[in-house]
Design a protein around this ligand. Structure first.
Ligand SMILES: [Zn+2]
Length: 100
């Protein structure tokens, strides 16, 4: 299940013309004016209103999932040095997959 904010963005309808993936920098695919969903989880994900959903075209790729977990870990770690190492891993990973 992809996490919002990592290659997947839910916005107000027509809030953005286009968005770039914050993980790999690719142009996101967009589905506009999706109908509101009901339920608690939908409300948590801001899906209880009509919305646009932007998602990276690489979201389902294994390397992209790995990149997402690296980004999450970098945000979580209290250690700058470990963060820097993981940043290097992330750049290697993106380079290997010809992004950037
Ligand atoms: Zn991406």
């Amino acid at each position: 299940m992809p996490t919002q904010g990592y290659g997947l963005f839910v916005t107000e309808p027509n809030a953005y013309k286009s968005l770039e993936c914050n993980i790999c920098g690719s142009q996101c695919l967009v589905e506009r004016n999706l109908p509101a969903k009901s339920g608690f989880i939908a409300a948590m994900g801001r899906m209880d209103k009509p919305r646009d959903e932007f998602s990276c075209s690489n979201l389902e790729e294994e390397w992209h999932k790995q990149a997402v977990s690296l980004v999450m870990e970098i945000e979580k770690t209290p250690s700058k040095r470990i963060g820097q190492l993981m940043q290097q891993d992330l750049e290697d990973l993106l380079q290997k997959n010809n992004i950037h």
